[in-house]
Write a protein that binds this ligand. Structure first.
Ligand SMILES: Nc1ncnc2c1ncn2[C@@H]1O[C@H](COP(=O)(O)OP(=O)(O)OP(=O)(O)O)[C@@H](O)[C@H]1O
Ligand SMILES: [Mg+2]
Length: 495
């Protein structure tokens, strides 16, 4: 019998201390298809991918690639087989150039044993040409945005002659335009016979790119379906095994006095002449393309960087924020975009990460840290947000990506600030937890908090905000009241 499966996974299981991440997972992926892999946060998607890419070893089960049983023990072996992976947390070396990253471990040398830079850059350029994207081979990766870094990873996969490209949430940090570009690239490669496994929490987009979808729940294989035979509601049902209620439960809240006033704030090369007010009870959405200066503005308001000019007022008084501690003292908290480098201390437990932010409040209230109270608050947040962890003592680095995001959110929300700045608060978070985070944002403003929410997801911006600012090239180009905004209007301003 002809075998048209490129990849077959048979009864694969994997256990971490206290967690059965995968249980007898069995499924196949056909040559040349784009297979979506979906499931709630902690369902086991990344674990499966790490097994296929030689990072983790399965406890039991077998894997067939091109019809033969394979034993993938190292990333190198995966690469040699023709399996390339773009991981959830990108793995490029920031200090090196694009070319060096693409040809990592395979640099061309001249006869005199020095790197043949000319050939290297030229080969890299060739790869990008095939992908139809423009990135300078000489650029240092650290200076690139997430989208570009992702293309560098894809270029690397392509240059390795991969037959199977696995992408773990590639679109979670991309803007609509960048996603379109990524899909074009995937389609081009698919036409040349390359197979994809594609993880995403944005179910709508699967209809644009995937042929079929495999659902995992609690480490178990649930079903593989033809994507076009399956509605979003069915997918959600398969993922969570229960009904999910409304996605953006916007609560009407009385808008109070201005809390945060920003006047003519500028920082060279990042944003220019930014002025706006944010009132108690209000959710102010900031929309725009990646690179519009939104994250830079958030970082500046939080004191990570300093403005070149302009003023910030809190409760009517000028507030000079030189460092994050000044912001926290003044009552401004930030849920950052990049949880890995800014939001969390990966080697510390969930409890310690969350309580970092509430420590000062507990101290202020009680004069000492009441560790029982601390544990209570953290436990409460963990169960409310359904953070999937064997205990609050678990090391944050061991949680799944979406659950890490929930920890970052819990940490800042518990600190109970006046102004909560959210930079892509639901990135990588599954549908159920997203609704939960939205509910908590609602509860926060209901109590009189003020929220500045940056999001690249237009339905989130439209569903949650009272007002929407659109940024483009470092400037505010438009303001909408939420009832007058539409996706089209926002996009046309952002461009
Ligand atoms: N190194 C590890 N040590 C301990 N537990 C782990 C480790 N890696 C993953 N886990 C646990 O295994 C389970 C599956 O995690 P995995 O990262 O595969 O989920 P996921 O489906 O990718 O979720 P997300 O959508 O949030 O990225 C989770 O409960 C996670 O906490
Ligand atoms: Mg994951």
């Amino acid at each position: 019998m002809a075998n048209d499966y490129l990849l077959e996974v048979k009864e694969v299981s994997k256990r971490f201390s206290g967690v059965q991440a995968l249980k007898d997972v069995t499924f196949g992926v056909r040559r040349g298809e784009v297979r979506a892999l979906i499931g709630e946060n902690g369902a086991g998607k990344s674990t499966l991918i790490k097994i296929l890419s030689g990072i983790h070893e399965a406890d039991s089960g077998t894997i067939f690639f091109n019809g033969t049983e394979v034993n993938i023990q190292t990333p190198r072996q995966a690469q040699e087989l023709g399996i390339a992976t773009v991981h959830q947390e990108l793995n490029l070396v920031s200090a090196l150039t694009v070319s060096e990253n693409v040809f990592m471990g395979r640099l061309p040398f001249t006869k005199s044993a020095i790197v043949n830079w000319q050939k290297l850059h030229k080969d890299t350029e060739e790869v990008f040409k095939k992908l139809g994207i423009q990135i300078s081979p000489r650029a240092v990766v650290g200076t690139l945005g997430v989208a570009q870094r992702q293309f560098v990873e894809i270029a690397k996969a392509l240059s390795q002659g991969a037959q199977l490209v696995i992408m773990d949430e590639p679109t979670s940090s991309l803007s609509a335009g960048e996603i379109r570009k990524l899909f074009e690239v995937i389609n081009t490669l698919k036409a040349s016979g390359i197979t994809f496994i594609f993880v995403s929490h944005k179910l709508e987009e699967l209809y644009e790119i995937a042929d079929s979808v495999t659902v995992l729940r609690d480490g178990e294989f649930i079903q593989t379906r033809d994507i076009h035979d399956c509605t979003i509601e069915e997918l959600v049902q398969l993922m969570v095994g229960r009904e999910i209620t409304t996605m953006f439960p916007k609560i009407q809240v009385e808008i109070g006095e201005p809390v945060l006033e920003v006047e003519n704030l500028s920082r060279t090369g990042e944003f220019h002449d930014i002025s706006f007010n944010l009132s108690a009870g209000e959710i102010l959405g900031i929309s725009g393309l990646v690179g519009a200066g939104r994250t830079e503005l958030a970082r500046c308001l939080y004191g990570i960087t300093r403005p070149d000019s302009g003023h910030i007022y809190l409760d009517g008084e000028e507030c000079v924020i030189r460092k994050p501690l000044d912001a926290i003292k003044a009552g401004i908290c930030l849920v950052p975009e990049d949880r890995k480098s800014q939001g969390l201390i990966m080697k510390m437990s969930v409890q310690h990460n969350v309580s970092l932010a509430i420590l000062s409040r507990l101290k202020r209230l009680l004069g000492f840290v009441d560790s029982a109270k601390e544990a209570d608050e953290v436990e409460g947040a963990v169960s409310q947000l359904r953070i999937k962890t064997p205990s609050v003592k678990q090391i944050v680095g061991n949680l799944s990506g979406g659950n890490q995001q929930k920890v970052v959110f819990a940490k800042e929300a518990l600190a109970n600030p006046k102004v909560l700045i959210l930079d892509e608060p639901t990135r990588g978070v599954d549908v159920g937890a997203k609704a939960e985070i939205h509910r908590l944002i609602g509860a926060f403003v209901q109590e009189g908090g003020a929220v500045l929410m940056i999001s690249s997801e237009l339905p989130e911006i439209l569903g949650m905000s009272d007002r929407i600012l659109v940024m483009s090239k470092g400037k505010i180009v438009q303001e909408f009241a939420s009832h007058e905004a539409t996706q089209e209007k926002i996009l046309s301003c952002a461009l």
